[in-house]
Structure formats: structure tokens, C-alpha cells
Design a protein around this ligand. Structure first.
Ligand SMILES: Cc1cc2nc3c(=O)[nH]c(=O)nc-3n(C[C@H](O)[C@H](O)[C@H](O)COP(=O)(O)OP(=O)(O)OC[C@H]3O[C@@H](n4cnc5c(N)ncnc54)[C@H](O)[C@@H]3O)c2cc1C
Ligand code: SF4
Ligand code: SF4
Length: 419
């Protein structure tokens, strides 16, 4: 019996963990948390499971994405996906701005969608209530629910697990996720007519890569959370911009303690960044080209301290995204200052080179007989050509070195953590 296509995508390091396959076929595919390989799908080993896996390929942007339907009018669009407009912005609600990862703009836009009747639910992720090391996908219908999601969670999360619920619930739902989550949601909307009507807006955060649970454990050690403590909260960002990483834990008497805190730069640089999955290193969309709106950090205009008043960079990707942002500004849900469309390159100087390097990395993988995600219609070769000679060589030879070091030809096998 051959391996089903979803298990093959996981085994071949092409799964992003978005959860769309499990969201579309919850009776045959479920997501599990592997501490090293991340949140990944497991397909029921039956005929029904294999059939579901075959059908789920249509929603999986991990294996393949198609830019040919996106309107790319100039160099900015070719480099980043469609950019109709850009703003530096923040939530008008001061608490949202403070709790948000950068300026709380994602949460404020989602709140505006509820207030304006664009949708009556928002699908997003939040820390799991009974284990904040992990994330859960939820649908929120009010401010309190949305505030649970404010602040980036530099850990595995599968918001597209909600796609089935979104399709079947009464009312319309805004979808929030990382670029890979939104790309799969976009593919699902194209192949699944009911879903397209049910999702009036998608919002993507920018994303350089999602670390695994092992990295979160190392972070908790650095924060000096005792091994036997019950974790009550873990924040990676928020409480100002960029915010501090800090946990809250409960001792055996039930008394809550705040852990020590470390800066975002230390936490990301020393503990999280290196634990990104290989799939993230061959990711060719870090800024949400398939979303209606995408939001990141305006790093070109950086905070002066660790807990400054936050600012977000908002990018309109579609006409409906553009109109929605303008309506949110008029309704004073966000405060926004327009920026030129090419601001995205100044805000994210590393990501353009990363996209270029992916062309070389994919070439190296295919030459070594390994699979790499298909990126139909995305102009990656010109970005690779813009790299220096050293960077070009690094993208190919560095990948071969990594293939040998990490034995990337071995099939990824996943196992569930004990909870
Ligand atoms: C793993 C990761 C890597 C990132 N890398 C970059 C980067 O390289 N450059 C950059 O500019 N920005 C990056 N960001 C995004 C940035 O941290 C902010 O999310 C963004 O600026 C929006 O901030 P905000 O205050 O407007 O959003 P908020 O109002 O804080 O809302 C954040 C939203 O993101 C959702 N979310 C949080 N974590 C996840 C997750 N793991 N998966 C899916 N959804 C999630 C929440 O549910 C919430 O709805 C990254 C975020 C994550 C989670
Ligand atoms: S749909 Fe998402 S979770 Fe499922 S195999 Fe594809 S990338 Fe992985
Ligand atoms: S880097 Fe790409 S594949 Fe990895 S989590 Fe971010 S958007 Fe998804």
C-alpha cells in the first residue's frame, strides 16, 4: 500500500503545519504536536483516510502554491506579491495597542470587522488555556476573545484547522494566520465555493518562521520557570513594542509567580530562530501575498526601547482589503499614516534576499533528488539573480551542506507529545 499524499508531504519536509487538510477532512485527518517536527497532520490508515488525503491536496499550499492568479503590475508586486497600498498604523484602543505584537493593528482590524458587520466571527489562534506552551485555533465573536490572540506566538499553530467549522457555521468569518496558513485558506476558497462566501476577509501576519516546542522549552528554562511548575501564561511579544518574553507560573500552593523577562532580540536570536523548521527555510512567501491584508513590523522605523508604543506596517493586497482598511481608518478603529508602496522593502530588508535564496535552495534540493514546494507563477529567479555571487553560491552549496548535516533525505516521522 503506497503512502497517501498528505503523509508524503509531511515525510518530505514540505508541510507547513497550517492545518487545512485536517480542517477540511476532520473525520480522517488530525493535527498532532511533535516537539521537534512541529504541528503536523496524521491521516487515518484506512481507505477513507487515503481518499481524504487525496482530496486534501487541493487545499495544501505546503506542496504547491500558484501566483498566476495574483495581479503583479510592477517590481514591488513581483518582489512581495500585490501591494495596493501601505500604512504605518496602530490600534486606537490603547490596551489593544499595548497587548498587540507590534501596534495591535491585526486585532483592531478584526475588531472592526465584528463592529461593522463584515463578519460575526474571527478565526485566529491563541495560547492553549490548559497548556500555554501550545496554541489552539479558535473562532472569536467579541473583543475579549480577540484579545486572547493579541501578540505573536513564536510557536507552532494551525489556524486553518478552523476551515471546516468556518464552512459549516452560520455567519461569516474573518481568517487570520501566517502567510502559509492564508495561502492554504486561499486555495481552499478557490476549490470550495461555500467557504469563499463564508470568508469576507483574510489577514496575514508577516512571518520569518515558526519554531518548535523544543525551542519553547529552552526559552522557559532561560526564563527560569521551574520544571515542575504549572505554566499559566507565556508571552513572546506584546506589552509594548517589541515587548518582552515572560511567563507566569503557578507553584504547588497555587500561588502565581512572574518569571524573569528577556528581550525579544535575545529570545528570538538565541532560542527560537534556530528552531525554525526546514520548510520555513524554503518558504517563498514571508509577507502574505495571498491575503486581503497583511501586517508586520515597520522595522525601518524601529522602537527605541523594549516597551515603546507599538506601530504596525499594514499592506493592502486586494481591492476589498484596501477598502476595508480605509473604512477602519474612517471608523477610528486604527490610526494610520500612509506610506509609499515600496516601504515593505525598507521594513523587511532581509526577507527579499530570503525569497531570492529560496530559488537556489529549491534547485539544490531537486538536484539532490529531494522534493521542493512548487511555486507556480512566482518570479523567484529574478530575485535570485539580484543576490551577490557569494549569496547565490551559498543558497545552493549551503543547502547541500545542510542536506548532509540534517540528513534531509530521511523521511520525517512524527509522534505526539504526552499531554
Ligand atoms: C512565528 C512568527 C514569525 C514572525 N516573523 C516576522 C517577521 O519576520 N517580520 C515581521 O515584520 N513580522 C513578523 N511576525 C509578525 C509580527 O510579530 C506581528 O504579528 C505583526 O507585526 C502584527 O502585529 P499586530 O500587533 O498588528 O498584531 P496583533 O494585534 O498582536 O495580532 C496578532 C495576530 O496574529 C495571530 N498569531 C500570532 N501568532 C501566530 C502564529 N504562530 N500563527 C498564526 N497566527 C498567529 C494572532 O492570533 C493575532 O490574531 C512574526 C510572527 C510570528 C508569529
Ligand atoms: S494542508 Fe497544511 S497541514 Fe496539511 S499537509 Fe498541507 S501544509 Fe501540512
Ligand atoms: S516561514 Fe513560511 S512556512 Fe514557515 S511558518 Fe512562516 S509562513 Fe509558514
Amino acid at each position: 500500500m503506497g503512502t497517501d499524499p498528505i503523509t508524503a508531504i509531511v515525510a518530505g519536509n514540505m508541510c507547513t503545519g497550517c492545518g487545512a487538510c485536517a480542517g477540511a477532512f476532520p473525520n480522517a485527518i488530525r493535527m498532532i504536536e511533535d516537539p521537534v517536527h512541529g504541528r503536523r497532520p496524521v491521516v487515518e490508515d484506512t481507505g477513507k483516510g487515503r481518499q481524504a488525503a487525496k482530496s486534501a491536496l487541493a487545499v495544501c499550499a505546503g506542496a504547491s502554491s500558484d501566483w498566476s492568479g495574483l495581479t503583479l503590475e510592477d517590481g514591488v508586486d513581483a518582489d512581495w506579491g500585490p501591494v495596493l497600498g501601505a500604512w504605518e498604523a496602530w490600534a486606537s484602543d490603547p490596551e489593544m495597542r499595548r497587548q498587540g505584537s507590534s501596534g495591535g493593528a491585526v486585532t483592531a482590524l478584526a475588531g472592526h470587522a465584528l463592529a461593522a458587520g463584515t463578519a460575526d466571527g474571527v478565526a485566529h489562534i491563541a495560547a492553549r488555556r490548559n497548556d500555554p506552551r501550545l496554541n489552539e485555533a479558535v473562532i472569536s465573536t467579541n473583543r475579549e476573545g480577540l484579545m486572547r490572540g493579541a501578540g505573536s506566538r513564536y510557536a507552532q499553530a494551525s489556524p486553518a484547522e478552523m476551515l471546516g467549522k468556518i464552512a459549516s457555521r452560520d455567519g461569516r468569518t474573518v481568517f487570520i494566520g501566517k502567510p502559509c496558513d492564508v495561502a492554504s485558506a486561499h486555495q481552499a476558497m478557490r476549490s470550495w465555493a461555500e467557504l469563499s462566501d463564508q470568508i469576507p476577509l483574510t489577514i496575514s501576519i508577516f512571518c520569518a518562521g515558526a519554531p518548535n516546542l523544543a525551542a519553547t522549552e529552552r526559552l522557559l528554562d532561560r526564563l527560569e520557570v521551574p520544571k515542575d511548575a504549572q505554566l499559566a501564561d507565556l508571552r513572546y511579544r506584546g506589552n509594548g513594542w517589541p515587548g518582552l518574553m515572560q511567563a507566569v507560573w503557578k507553584d504547588t500552593q497555587g500561588v502565581l509567580h512572574k518569571s524573569k523577562s528577556i528581550t525579544y532580540a535575545e529570545g528570538w536570536g538565541r532560542y527560537l530562530q534556530s528552531a525554525r523548521r526546514w520548510r520555513c527555510r524554503i518558504c517563498s512567501d514571508h509577507t502574505g501575498a495571498f491575503a486581503d491584508i497583511s501586517v508586520g513590523d515597520p522595522w525601518h522605523d524601529p522602537p527605541s526601547g523594549e516597551q515603546d508604543k507599538g506601530r504596525s506596517l499594514i499592506v493592502a493586497r486586494t481591492r476589498r482589503g484596501h477598502e476595508f482598511i480605509e473604512a477602519a481608518i474612517r471608523a477610528q478603529a486604527i490610526v494610520a499614516e500612509p506610506r509609499p508602496r515600496d516601504v515593505i522593502a525598507r521594513a523587511q530588508p532581509n526577507l527579499k534576499n530570503t525569497h531570492g535564496a529560496v530559488w537556489g535552495r529549491s534547485l539544490a534540493m531537486r538536484a539532490a533528488g529531494l522534493r521542493a514546494p512548487r511555486t507556480l507563477g512566482q518570479p523567484l529567479f529574478p530575485l535570485w539573480m539580484e543576490l551577490s555571487l557569494k549569496q547565490k553560491l551559498q543558497s545552493v552549496f549551503g543547502t547541500w551542506k545542510r542536506i548532509l548535516r540534517e540528513r534531509l533525505w530521511r523521511k520525517v516521522t512524527i509522534s505526539e507529545i504526552r499531554e
